[in-house]
Every structure is written in structure tokens, then in C-alpha cells.
Design a binder for this molecule. Sequence first.
Ligand code: COA
Length: 271
Amino acid sequence: MRASVSSFPESQCEQSCEPTTSGPESGGAGGTKVVRGLLHSELDADEIHLWYACLDQSAADFRSLLSPDETIRAQRFHLERDRQRFIVRRGLLRTMLSAYLHADPGQLQFCCGRNGKPIVTDESGRKISFNLSHAEGLALYGFTRGREIGVDIERVQDVPNMDQIVERFFSPTEDAALRTFAFSSRRRAFFVCWTRKEALTKATGDGLTACWQAFDVSPFPDEPAGPPRICVDSTAAGWAVRDLQAPLGFAAAFAVQGDDTRNVLRAWPNL
Ligand SMILES: CC(C)(COP(=O)(O)OP(=O)(O)OC[C@H]1O[C@@H](n2cnc3c(N)ncnc32)[C@H](O)[C@@H]1OP(=O)(O)O)[C@@H](O)C(=O)NCCC(=O)NCCS
């Protein structure tokens, strides 16, 4: 979650996003083999595979998998810890995708879909959709075929300007529901609601450019998340939003087109 009232982008991004590919030396990392061995080799059309991954692990196995663009992004981080986490995050994404696509992880090419949503170009015909999210040292990846997917994970923490964020991003119904929570549980409810909403907007590709007030999800942790109720427009029609069991201190959700899916949740390595 990087939203704040001041950083909310008002307009759609017009920046062009070039496809990326990695250098010829990539591939064959030790980490690749480990993950490949753990991956379910096939992803059926009605399946969604969701992976938690710990990013605080050696980046050495993944560095060579990155494209020149990703390497430049890695170099921009001020903190070494953030750089390492980025390399692991992207390296793991490539590794997981390569297992599903039966391709060399270093040769995968990404390009930008709606509002910069990354998509993988795939000449093999094994069409795959993916999305990822990260919070501190944890990443969440979602993979599916033939439908869009969005995922979000957040650390449940203090939000000093919570009221302003709720006012700006939550619908009046969500705002009213949040007010029913006692102070001690309101923070958790906020993140349950936030992750559900962000997962949906990442599935559509709109992200923070979407009108977040135009749809409702329930903020009640024990209540099923979806389908979202549309207040104003119909962009959320046909989507299912679900919570994921998250590691202690985190909240996570995913959103997919349709509601006829089987979900497979995995962690790498064990959390
Ligand atoms: C998508 C978005 C909500 C992610 O915010 P966040 O909470 O900081 O980050 P998360 O950890 O949950 O997700 C980051 C991942 O989302 C994915 N992503 C990027 N743009 C996305 C989009 N439009 N839709 C869905 N997923 C997107 C990327 O894989 C990214 O991972 P990466 O940094 O390894 O490339 C935010 O970037 C956004 O609103 N983007 C759309 C508008 C925009 O600014 N576009 C600029 C580029 S054209």
C-alpha cells in the first residue's frame, strides 16, 4: 500500500512501457531448480496458484535472471536490503513463470498491459496471467490462465492518516462499516478492506487510478469478501474477491474474473 491522500494519481499514466528481456548469461540458477522442484508443473484452467515467498534470502541465485531494465531498477534502491528483496522478488517471479511456461526464466519478456500492469509475452500458447504484491520481506504471487488476477498483501500496522485515506478511497458503506469496529480491531478491518479493494483494482489493472469509492467490499474479517457490490459503475461486475490466510501480522486478498475456480495456496520456502 503506497497510497496517501497526497500521492493519489489523478490521471491515467501515459508513460510508454518497453518490453524487457534479460541477457544471454541468464538462467540455470541454483534457486531455480529448487523452486521448479516444488512447483506444481501444470496450472489447470480452473485453478489459481497463490504463492507466499520470503524475500529475505540470498539474492545470488536470482541476480543473473534479471533483465537489464530490472537490473537498473535494482540499482536505484538506496537501501541494500530493499535491493536484495527486489532481486529475489523478480527472480522468483521469473522462476515461477518459467516453470509454468516451460521456458528459460532469463529469457522471459514482460510488457505492460492496462496502466502498466505487467504481462508476460508467451509464444508457446500457454497463456498465463499473473500478479504480485510485496510487503516488507514477504511477497505474494498469483497465477492463473485465461482470466485476470490481482493480489495484495499488506503489513497490518498503524496508519496515522487512516481517516483521510478512508474518506478518499472507501465507499460510504465501507466507511460506515469501519466505524462499527472498536478502536482495537479497526486497524485490522481497515487492512482487510484495503487488501480486498487493492486486489480487485490490480486485477482490472486500474490500481490507484480506479475510483475506489465506486464499489464496496465488506471490511468484516469473518465475512466473505466478494463479489464486490457496485455502487456507481460496472467495472467490478463479474469479479470475485477473496481473502487469503496470511502470515501473522499481515492481511492478504486476491481477485479473479469469475467464481468457478479452485485455489491452491503454497509457500516458498516454508514460512
Ligand atoms: C498497482 C499499484 C496499486 C501497486 O501498488 P503497491 O501497493 O505499491 O505495490 P504492490 O506490492 O501491491 O504491487 C506491486 C506490483 O504490482 C504490479 N503492477 C504494477 N502495475 C500494475 C497495475 N496497473 N495493475 C496490477 N498490477 C500492477 C507489478 O508487478 C508490481 O511489482 P514490481 O514492482 O515487481 O513490478 C500501483 O502501482 C498503481 O496504482 N499502478 C497503476 C497506475 C500507475 O501508476 N501506473 C504507472 C505505470 S504506467
